[in-house]
Design a protein around this ligand. Structure first.
Ligand code: NAD
Length: 499
């Protein structure tokens, strides 16, 4: 068994190593609520293990909101973040009431952090869970999908939110997932989408996953439809290793995955961009626990471990991670995971940090020790685009607002507006075909999508403009148009349900 003396020798060595290593500048925000306590504990642990850091501190959250800045961050802090490129962030309190922007979303989007990485591993038998062998990582696309927040109220009855999935956005996140899996000696990458329904958007994500998977023959790959995949993950998480998914599914399922390890309080997350990255705990600022030396610093420590790997201090990350696992398996627990019969000693934030520091250099005996590469090698370079396909406009969907409309009456007024090869081909209501040959049982809202297509393609922008004017001339309230395109002859738009 390693003694405390052995640990301090290792610590001394590690610290000497750190002195020799070049210090890496990072930005640190202590946050609100329990933030300052858990940040203090986290920094003490990683520095004791030899992290070579040059810390620049910024203020975010409550004090900045109170100054009247709705973004929760001062303009000068952006310069610090852009300069250091690495952000270790404690949780902040989001003020109640409207007007305030989510600081997390602002930072992620402003600094282009496209990948959200959340490892979820159980610590059984030291933390109770139904899934003792769970050890998976969720890689969530962080910028696209419905998170553009592009929403419109189009009619009295109908609202819309646009889901955007791009080729470069999907390529970057899928490649990140495969590179992460390879760098972390994982065996399999799974993709979750709903491409049986969203054949164009989720279909693109899935197709890119299949394309990129071919470059990684050393890794298994598979695709699940997200609903049954989520059910399987909640029931048998040990069947998965790395799971990559678009933003919304990833947002929901990364919380589910963290929760079923036994405690959301133990998970950390990384937000990775080409230039800047942010590391944090997944929990909030727990204001009721603040200032009492009660909070568990483990979630933020997990974020800090990912940061160390990211900045090429993988061996320090390994020392910290193994010391933390050793502390957990020796039953030294904060109140949130303390359990009579399993835990040995209930400690506060500071004492927990001291216990981890005392175990730097030790490896866990029951839990699996962690190994990290000294430096992380991930090839995330963007591959050149192929030759762009030939794009041709072949028609237009014209959306109109008509309360208590009747599909046959609407078609009767729109049919004469075609000409020169352009004709009305289908009318849909909320995506379901209602003309021609609609079903009287289909419920119709006040938003109608009227599709005009040109035989042989080449539907010009001028023809589209004339058609919109003609629709308005026929008494219709045009609320939006959507061009219909083919790409190298392949249809780039969905058919209405039942078409
Ligand atoms: P929370 O995660 O702060 O707390 C939920 C529960 O978990 C509480 O009972 C708390 O006591 C406990 N808990 C959380 N972290 C803990 C820790 N490290 N140790 C021990 N117990 C812990 O969620 P909430 O109460 O819904 O949110 C509080 C504030 O945090 C809100 O203002 C919210 O907007 C904000 N928040 C911030 C972030 C972030 O900055 N990344 C994330 C989530 C929530």
């Amino acid at each position: 068994m390693t003694t405390t003396h052995d640990a301090s020798v290792t610590l001394e060595k590690a610290s000497r190593g750190a002195t020799a290593a070049k210090k890496v500048p990072i930005t640190v925000a202590y946050g609100d609520g329990i933030g300052p306590e858990i940040m203090d504990a986290t920094l003490r642990i990683i520095q004791a293990a030899g992290a070579a850091l040059e810390i620049e501190r910024i203020e975010i959250g409550e004090p900045i909101y109170e100054k009247g800045l709705d973004s929760g961050i001062e303009p000068s802090s952006w310069d610090t973040l852009r300069r250091t490129k690495v952000f270790l962030k404690a949780p902040i309190t989001t003020p109640q009431g409207g007007g305030f922007k989510s600081l997390n979303v602002t930072v992620r989007k402003t600094l282009g952090m496209y990948a959200n990485v959340r490892p979820c591993a159980s610590l059984y038998p030291f933390v109770a869970t139904k899934h003792p062998n769970m050890d998976l990582v969720i890689v969530r696309e962080n910028e696209e999908d419905v998170y553009g927040g592009i929403e419109h109220r189009q009619t009295n009855q109908v609202t819309q939110c646009l889901k955007l999935i791009s080729r470069p956005g999907s390529e970057r996140i899928v490649r990140y997932a495969f590179e992460y899996a390879r760098a972390n000696k994982r065996k399999k990458v799974t993709c979750f989408t709903k491409d049986n329904i969203m054949k164009i958007t989720d279909g693109l994500f899935h197709r890119i996953f299949d394309e990129i998977a071919k470059e990684y023959p050393d890794l298994e790959h598979e695709h699940w439809i997200v609903d049954i995949g989520a059910a399987k993950m909640a029931d048998t998480p040990e069947a998965f290793d790395v799971i990559v998914m678009p933003n919304l599914y990833g947002d929901v399922l990364s919380d589910v995955a963290a929760q079923i390890t036994g405690s959301v309080g133990l998970a950390g997350s990384a937000n990775i961009g080409d230039n800047c990255s942010m590391f944090e705990a997944i929990h909030g600022s727990a204001p009721r626990r603040a200032g009492q030396n009660l909070a568990n610093p483990s979630g933020l420590l997990q974020g800090a471990i990912m940061m160390l790997v990211h900045i090429g201090q993988g061996k320090v990350a390994e020392l910290v991670h193994n010391a933390w696992l050793t502390t957990i398996e020796e039953g030294i627990h904060t109140y949130d995971i303390f359990k009579e019969g399993v835990s040995k000693q209930k400690v506060g934030t500071k004492e927990f940090a001291d216990a981890v520091i005392a175990r730097v250099g030790q490896k866990p005996k029951v839990l699996k020790p962690i190994e990290y590469q000294a430096e992380s090698h991930m090839d995330l370079s963007i591959r050149p685009d192929g030759k762009p396909p030939v794009k041709q406009r072949v028609g237009v969907d014209i959306f109109i607002d008509k309360r208590d409309g009747n599909p046959d009456d609407i078609a009767g007024k729109l049919l004469p507006l075609g000409g020169d090869g352009v004709k009305l081909t289908v009318i849909a209501n909320r995506g379901t075909k209602v003309w021609p040959n609609g079903n009287p049982d289909t419920f119709c809202s006040d938003q109608w999508s009227c599709r005009f297509e040109k035989t042989g393609g080449n539907f010009s922008a001028a023809q589209m403009g004339d058609l919109i004017k003609a629709c308005e001339g026929a008494g219709f309230d045009v609320i939006k148009t959507e061009g219909l395109f083919t790409f190298d002859g392949e249809r780039g738009y969905s058919l209405a349900q039942g078409q």
